[in-house]
Each structure stands twice: as C-alpha cells, then as structure tokens.
Design a protein around this ligand. Structure first.
Ligand code: ZN
Length: 181
C-alpha cells in the first residue's frame, strides 16, 4: 500500500450518518496532514542530526499506523452501514430484476476481498470464511471467480457476499449493486 493512496480517500465519509465515522474521517484528514508535514520536515533534516532524524521517523511511523487503523475502522463502519441499509430496506420481489445479477457480477471479487480480508499475494487472500493464517483463497481474474482450497468454497462475487454476510441472493445483489455499483 502506497502512502499516497491514503491522502485523497475517505473524503466522503462525512455523508455517513454515524457520528463515529464522521469523527474518524475528520481525524483521518488531520493525521494525513500531519504525515505530510512530517515528511516535508524530515526532508529538510541534515545528516549530522541523526538522532533527531530517527525520532521524526518514529513519530511518522506512529502517525502512519494511526492512518491504517482509522482506515480499517472506517471500512468496518462503511460495510456495516451498507449492510444495515440493505437489511432495513423492504424489498418488493417483483423489483428484483435479472439484470441486477449481471450488474452485480461486474463488481470484481477482489474489490470485495480487499474490504473484508487481507491480500497475501497478488491473487491470494486469507479466506474470510474460515480461520487461517496462510492464504488459501485464490481469485481467478479471467472469469471473476474465487475458490478457497481450505474450506472448499467458491463461486462468483455474489456467492462471496452471500456466504460472508449470510445474505440471501436478493440481498447480496441489492447490496452489491446499490452499495458498490
Ligand atoms: Zn476458506
């Protein structure tokens, strides 16, 4: 993960109703600013002030870690928020169109996995469906599917959402299309 990836993300969290998300987004922006300042400052330190230099790097590391933590917390809030939206919405079965399934399937398996679990290798993840320390879940980009060699589950992006969030097909599709599409 590049540091620059963080800078312009999570600007839109103020739209979320959850006050905690708003507060975190605010802190995220503040810490990002501090990281940028630290970076700028470190660049000006001359070699002979090594101790000073190290201290600043240490501080930067702490700030950076906080950014990672905030990012994680925001992701959790965002997903539970989207989940709640789906669960509270009363759905008319007639409104559920097959087109939506096709639309949902356009969303990359990796987009979802990046949100709910950890990437171990470029197409390998820690399986979110069973407890593990090594990555058993592989993503097949050519047909946008996945398979876990640990728990022998796999399928489309819709299957992943259904299994991970214990959702019905209709809920999973609504969530995918409405939340991320
Ligand atoms: Zn698994």
């Amino acid at each position: 993960m590049k540091l620059t990836d963080f800078f312009d993300t999570y600007e839109d969290y103020s739209e979320l109703i959850e006050p905690k998300a708003v507060a975190l987004a605010k802190e995220y922006r503040l810490v990002t600013k501090q990281v940028k300042q630290q970076f700028k400052y470190i660049a000006t330190i001359k070699d002979e002030y090594l101790q000073h230099f190290m201290l600043r790097w240490f501080q930067l590391g702490t700030l950076y870690q906080r950014l990672l933590d905030i990012r994680k917390e925001l992701k959790k809030i965002k997903f539970s928020y989207m989940l709640a939206q789906v669960q509270f919405k009363k759905k008319d079965p007639k409104e559920f169109k097959p087109l939506a399934i096709e639309q949902a399937k356009q969303i990359k398996v990796e987009t979802i996995l990046d949100e709910i679990t950890k990437r171990v290798f470029h197409n390998t993840y820690l399986c979110p469906l069973h407890n593990e320390k090594s990555g058993s879940l592989k993503v097949y980009r050519n047909n946008n599917t996945w398979y876990c060699f640990g728990c022998c589950k796999g399928g489309s992006v819709i299957d992943l959402v259904m299994k991970h969030y214990d959702m019905s097909l209709s809920d999973a599709v609504t969530w995918l299309v409405g939340g991320l599409g």
